[in-house]
Design a protein around this ligand. Structure first.
Ligand code: UDP
Length: 418
């Protein structure tokens, strides 16, 4: 095998959402964190990284260098200004690709590899590959076919058609989990030789176990109070309604367990339609007194929230990976999550937290009850969670991503392309 040529320059395409965006909005979460952390870690290793994202307003500077000395976030106008839903930007992918090409030409930039995150960015890479002789690595973050399946929508739509085209043309595809690997094989018929499994990571220098008394005081918990935590974009697939129903179950059957308990919901500003729906549901179920909607929080401010919590609850209908669960585990906090997607791999049931059947408030309530009444159990799970999370440190994850880049750059692919 040809020895790997070191990767010195990477073009990262993240068209509809920026690694610098404010997190916890309806559409800003794991994807932004992933691209930001990957870019930063590559930059720390001296790799020249150009991240191309859509410029959302004329007041945004075209180039931002805040992610590192060798990392540039380049904002290019495509499809007008303003935030936009990915599906409404399909028609702007050619314009965006032309913008990248022009920028690279004017600035004498060449790349060892281009990496596209999400299907929309994949469409942009698919345009660029026609004029660039640069290997293309694709990661989807989530797959349309899975989202449609969970939402009981028809399986094939323009996004899924685009994803099928992308898996045919990309040189390598990164799947976040074994489950996504299988989905790519069986739903998208990807050539299995193209796929590598590399999970997302966590910054363990930021998310790490800390003194719980300090953490509890920092988030305003008094003696005798206990916090359950949800963190994420507020959208129906995150199924916070099931968590409210689980609280209702406990409130009805064994209210003493909830004495001093507060459910902190982080993510989702006032006015977010899902937040409005959840507020009314909490009132309707008579559990609004336990619930605090805290709005979006800066990523850097989250470690104390995780550390202060008895458990992080992730009742999602679907999660391709679930970076929030990993952040909680790294902070020494057990996770109670629905047994779906990536969460099934991340969480070891009964060892680092609990997995419960999806959309099952009674099972969720029972696991929450156990966590609240048995501090020894909580602490044992917490220690195991932190131990497990260490293997997902971004540094180790980026080692694996670079290996994939090197494989793509060695050109072991062109014969696979259609
Ligand atoms: N997040 C944040 N502030 C918030 C809400 C979420 O920083 O108010 C971050 C969270 O810490 C995590 C990401 O957004 O890093 C969400 O990632 P996850 O994979 O859990 O969900 P996704 O957004 O991909 O569905």
């Amino acid at each position: 095998m040809t020895p790997a040529k070191p990767i010195e320059s990477v073009a990262i395409i993240s068209m509809h959402t920026s690694p610098l965006a404010v997190l916890g909005g309806y559409k800003t979460g794991g994807m932004n964190v992933y691209v930001r952390e990957l870019s930063r870690e590559l930059g720390r290793r001296g790799v020249q990284v150009d991240v191309f994202t859509r410029r959302e307003s004329a007041s945004q500077p075209e180039v931002d260098t805040s992610l590192g000395a060798t990392v540039r976030v380049i904002r290019l106008r495509a499809g007008g200004y303003g935030t936009a839903d990915p599906s409404s930007l399909i028609g702007a992918t050619q314009e965006f690709a032309a913008g990248i090409h022009k920028y690279a030409t004017l600035n004498n930039r060449t790349y060892d590899v281009m990496y596209a995150h999400y299907w929309l960015s994949g469409l942009v890479a698919d345009v660029l590959r026609r004029s660039w002789d640069v290997p293309w690595v694709q990661m989807f973050h989530t797959l349309g076919a899975m989202k449609n399946r969970i939402a009981n929508q028809p399986m094939i739509d323009p996004r899924v058609m685009a994803e099928m085209q992308i898996v045919r043309h990309a040189d390598r595809v990164i799947a976040a989990t074994q489950a996504e690997h299988h989905q790519l094989l069986w739903l998208y018929r990807v050539d299995r030789r193209k796929v590598s499994i590399v999970p997302p990571g966590v910054d363990t220098s930021q998310f790490k176990p800390m003194n719980r008394d300090v953490a509890r005081a920092s988030v305003g918990l008094c003696d005798g109070e206990k916090m359950l935590l949800f963190v994420g974009r507020l959208e129906p697939l995150k199924a916070v309604d099931i968590l409210l129903r689980a609280l209702h179950e406990l409130h009805t059957v064994e209210p003493s367990v909830l004495a001093g308990v507060r459910l902190m919901v982080v993510g989702g500003e006032a006015g977010n339609p899902e937040r409005t729906r959840l507020c009314s549901l909490a009132e309707q179920l008579g559990v609004d007194g336990y619930v605090q909607f805290a709005g979006s929080k800066e990523h850097a401010s989250l470690p104390v929230f995780y550390a202060a919590a008895e458990a992080l609850i992730m009742p999602s209908d679907y999660e391709s990976f679930g970076m929030v669960a990993l952040e909680a585990m790294a902070s020494g906090t057990p996770v109670i999550a629905s047994a779906v997607g990536g969460l099934q791999y991340l969480i070891r049931d009964g060892e680092t937290g609990f997995l419960v059947p999806v959309r099952d408030p009674e099972s969720l309530a029972e696991r929450i009850r156990q966590m609240l009444i048995d501090p020894n159990l909580r602490d044992t799970l917490a220690r195991a969670a932190a131990d497990r999370a260490v293997q997902y440190d971004w540094k180790l994850v980026v080692d694996q991503v670079i290996e994939v880049f090197e494989r793509a750059a060695r050109g072991g692919r062109r014969h696979l392309n259609v």
